[in-house]
Design a protein around this ligand. Structure first.
Ligand code: S3P
Length: 190
């Protein structure tokens, strides 16, 4: 691997890291920072799905329905997991798909950015690109998704707590250090 993939602290990412977590957890913003810090590409599964579909996720949901979106998501993530090590932000529902979860397990290290409800509500309010939060009460939707998804997200290799009170720079550092420990063979943090 080339030197550009050496991190500032002299280790290189041996495997793709799939960031998982609910909408608003900060997967894209933290992921982009961590990728820059480690000198590896950052890929956003949602953006790749939109590029493949030639339209926005909201349009895919409206035109073809959620099941079609999930099919596309499964295919796109499988393709991205086949590439060289990167930081890969996955959409909140991706890890819930058994096939995608198995592919992540085979080809990547999973890292859950675990956030509390207030953080998720605060970070998603006023944004209109997430179809699941555009109908009904978004707080109630997020609460229900936490209930359904957190037990499955808990299967992640690494779990890091995040909250609106914590600066992005600190999150970046936390994630980078957790990865360094993980790949050095250490324990993942509680
Ligand atoms: C979804 C999360 C979204 C996007 C789609 C569905 C979900 O991604 O994939 O709207 O099921 O939680 P983010 O988690 O990046 O917002």
């Amino acid at each position: 691997m080339s030197e550009e993939h050496e991190s500032a602290r002299g280790w290189r990412l041996p495997r793709t890291v799939a960031l998982i977590g609910l909408m608003g957890a900060g997967k894209s913003s933290v992921g982009r920072r961590v990728a820059t810090r480690l000198g590896v590409p950052f890929l956003d599964a949602d953006a790749e799905i939109e590029a493949a579909a030639g339209c926005t996720i909201a349009e895919v949901f409206a035109r073809d329905g959620e099941a079609a979106f999930r099919d596309g998501e499964r295919r796109v993530i499988a393709r991205l997991l086949d590439g060289p090590p990167c930081i890969l932000a996955t959409g909140g529902g991706a890890f819930m798909d058994p096939e995608t979860r198995a592919a992540i397990r085979r080809n990547a290290v999973s890292l859950w950015l675990r956030a509390d409800l207030e953080t998720l509500v605060g970070r998603t309010t006023g944004r209109t690109h997430r179809p699941l939060l555009m109908q009904g009460d978004p707080r109630e939707t997020l609460r229900r998704l936490m209930e359904e998804r957190y037990p499955v997200y808990a299967e992640a290799d690494i779990i890091i707590d995040t909250s609106a009170d914590v600066a992005r720079e600190f999150m970046e550092q936390q994630v980078a250090e957790a990865l360094e420990r993980y790949f050095a063979g250490g324990e993942s943090p509680p």
